[in-house]
Design a protein around this ligand. Structure first.
Ligand code: AMP
Ligand code: MG
Length: 419
């Protein structure tokens, strides 16, 4: 919980790199992946490298939006009135004649509008003598002309850009492209993200930890998170806390678009990521340490031409930094922009003044007296995976955010279902 009024008072302005600037700097350094043509049924989760242009117009001709009767508006101005049913137009079975004065054609949803008709009366407003041609129908009520007619091209027109480059291909977007007569799309390849865990205390999942050891969970988290973001994770294993171990690991990897490490990012004697980055002319440390909690020791660097993001080792710090930096980084490399769902919600409890670091507070969106409120978890320790795994949102507090009382609004990011 942010409860540091003394710290907040003593720090007048941010000394660490603000989160937004750190993110912009990371994105500016990331190249986009190559393009490839994919059949649309394999394009889910890929980002368009080029605009998609419709081949077909939809609907191809004016169609009825309702079940009813196609009529001339001029014939249904004084109601009730009687018309003669002269034919039927159903979806896939157009009626090819022309409606004259006093005539009506039975229509169904999606059916072509017969020539001469300019309005639809819905079947609920019509009493037919029978469901057949050449019988009288009585129209009791009618809407304004054109009310239930979908004109040709209402949805899309041939030649129109239906989805611009940069669009993430969702099930909805693929459905649209298929309907527009397309079969394939030019998309960007999934970025290949190498994941290296660092720490002498780590054993791999499945191994029994000895004294002082823990199971490395960050690589599993990142493999799933990266894949949910539309990238391919490459597990580079565990590097020990010795100088150069990270450089050896990245040298062994091939074709990485991005290299991510967890741990070893701090200032301890056994943290070697920052010193490794400065150890040869091929490598670069762009920045280190940002105004964020959790996640202060975040690193941006470059190793042998591969962009590097160094995440802190604490699993909650890894996860929050992955959400804030890695997700947009992957979207950017894949040619798009990560959607940022952030909204305001009333607090369920009071919060103290925030200090200079942008705070990401693990929290629960819950309903109180029929209203959704946000409840911060009582303990915010960045090692507590149990708190993160059961949270469904993060409260985002900007640096030096003043104290907030229950009922006041704060910014909230929902945690991704699969993240
Ligand atoms: P470090 O950033 O290396 O100082 O690590 C900070 C904390 O995160 C330590 O308690 C580590 O044991 C823990 N940690 C580091 N890497 C992992 C990992 N891969 N899985 C789980 N915990 C980790
Ligand atoms: Mg460590």
């Amino acid at each position: 919980m942010p409860n540091r009024p003394d710290e907040a008072r003593s720090e007048k302005k941010p000394l660490l790199l603000p989160v937004d600037q750190a993110l912009a700097a990371i994105l500016a350094l990331l190249p986009q992946t190559n393009t490839v043509t994919k059949p649309l049924d394999k394009a889910l989760g890929f980002t368009l490298a080029e605009d998609l242009v419709a081949v077909l117009t939809l609907p191809p001709q004016a169609v009825s939006a309702m079940d009813g009767y196609a009529v001339r508006a001029a014939d249904v101005t004084s109601l009730p009135c009687k018309l003669t049913r002269i034919g039927e137009s159903a979806a896939g079975h157009p009626w090819t004649g022309k409606i004259g004065a006093g005539q009506a054609v039975r229509v169904f949803t999606g059916a072509a509008i017969p020539d001469g008709a300019d309005t639809i009366v819905i079947q609920e407003d019509v009493d037919p003598v029978a469901e057949q041609d050449n019988v009288e129908i009585t129209v009791r009520s009618a809407e304004i002309a054109g009310r239930y007619i979908r004109p040709a091209g209402l949805d899309i027109s041939a030649g129109q850009v239906i989805l611009p480059a940069g669009t993430l291909m969702s099930a909805r977007a693929i459905g649209l492209a298929i309907a527009a007569g397309l079969t394939q799309a030019s998309v960007r390849l999934r970025p290949r993200v190498g994941v290296l865990s660092t720490g002498d205390e780590l054993v791999s999942p499945g191994e029994l930890p000895g004294p002082g050891q823990i199971i490395s969970s960050n690589a599993s988290f990142l493999a799933n998170f990266v894949s949910a973001c539309g990238a391919e994770a490459v597990d580079l294993g565990i590097a020990r806390d010795v100088p150069g171990a990270m450089l050896d690991a990245v040298r062994r990897a091939s074709n990485l678009d991005l290299f991510v490490t967890t741990g070893g990012a701090s200032v301890g004697t056994h943290d070697h990521i920052v010193s490794d980055l400065g150890s040869s002319g091929q490598n670069a440390l762009h920045f280190w340490k940002i105004a964020m909690r959790p996640g202060k020791p975040l690193i941006s660097g470059n190793i042998n031409g591969i962009p590097h993001i160094g995440l802190p080792g604490n699993p909650v710090s890894t996860a929050v930094c992955a959400l804030v930096f890695l997700r947009p980084a992957i979207a950017h490399m894949a040619g798009g922009t990560a959607s940022s769902l952030q909204f305001l919600m009333p607090l369920a409890v009071d919060l103290d003044v925030n200090d200079q670091r942008q705070d990401y507070i693990r929290a629960q969106i819950t309903t109180k007296d029929g209203i959704q409120v946000i409840v911060p978890a009582p303990r915010q320790d960045s090692s507590m995976m149990s708190v993160l795994a059961t949270a469904n949102a993060l409260i985002v507090r900007p640096p030096f955010d003043p104290a907030k009382a229950a009922g006041e609004f704060v910014s909230v990011i929902p945690l991704p279902d699969l993240g």
